[in-house]
Design a protein around this ligand. Structure first.
Ligand SMILES: Nc1ncnc2c1ncn2[C@@H]1O[C@H](COP(=O)(O)OP(=O)(O)OP(=O)(O)O)[C@@H](O)[C@H]1O
Length: 186
């Protein structure tokens, strides 16, 4: 069974940018875990493909049975990633990358049967991070300060040695090379 790679790092540090490059260069190496949700399927969505569609009671039972790596509630519906959905990707021989936050990392660590390696993407500095988030044009003043607050907590957590490797995304090509080395080692 292949391993799961847990990718984390402050918002705006370049995780999506790096993953986009990776999936473009290696279109068949990576698989995506299917999320579970209580929302209704939309036209054309297939159970087990787009989402695992479950009832609210079913979802709550899954929470109680500790099935989730992480779950959240958005606009009245529950969404989550199960340990089983990640295992399914790995069983298919593909590498499963989980792009999650610090709480998610802690949650995966609490499930040792899911063999995972932990990679942290760090910004060159918090100032760089602010500039990138502003440059991305997706943030209001409020969401910017919220993200920078969360970034500080993420960076503090990274200092505890919770990750197998930390990559500083100063130069994108350099960071990408380091990312590939980490993912494809052993
Ligand atoms: N090495 C780099 N140098 C300069 N800018 C970069 C670099 N890497 C990424 N960026 C830019 O920084 C911004 C944030 O990157 P991205 O959206 O990939 O972050 P993210 O970590 O995925 O954030 P989120 O968790 O909020 O989705 C983007 O505008 C991206 O183009």
């Amino acid at each position: 069974m292949s391993q799961a790679i847990v990718l984390s790092g402050p918002s705006g540090t370049g995780k999506s940018t790096l993953l986009k490059k990776l999936f473009a260069e290696f279109p068949n190496k990576f698989g995506f875990s299917v999320s579970s949700t209580t929302r209704n399927p939309r036209e054309g969505e297939k159970n087990g493909v787009d989402y695992n569609f479950v009832t609210v009671d079913g979802f709550k039972k899954m929470i109680n049975d500790d099935k989730f790596i992480e779950w959240a509630q958005f606009s009245g519906n529950y969404y989550g990633t199960t340990v089983d959905s990640v295992k399914q990707v790995m069983d298919s021989g593909k590498i499963c990358i989980l792009d999650i936050d610090m709480q998610g990392v802690k949650s995966v660590k609490a499930k040792p049967d899911l063999k995972a390696r932990y990679l942290f993407i760090a910004p060159p500095s918090v100032d760089h991070l602010r500039q990138r988030l502003q440059g991305r044009g997706t943030e209001t003043e409020e969401s910017l300060s919220k993200r920078l607050g969360a970034a500080t907590a993420e960076l503090e957590y990274a200092k505890t040695g919770a990750h197998d490797q930390i990559i500083v995304n100063d130069d994108l090509e350099k960071a990408y090379k380091e990312l590939k080395e980490f993912i494809f080692q052993n």
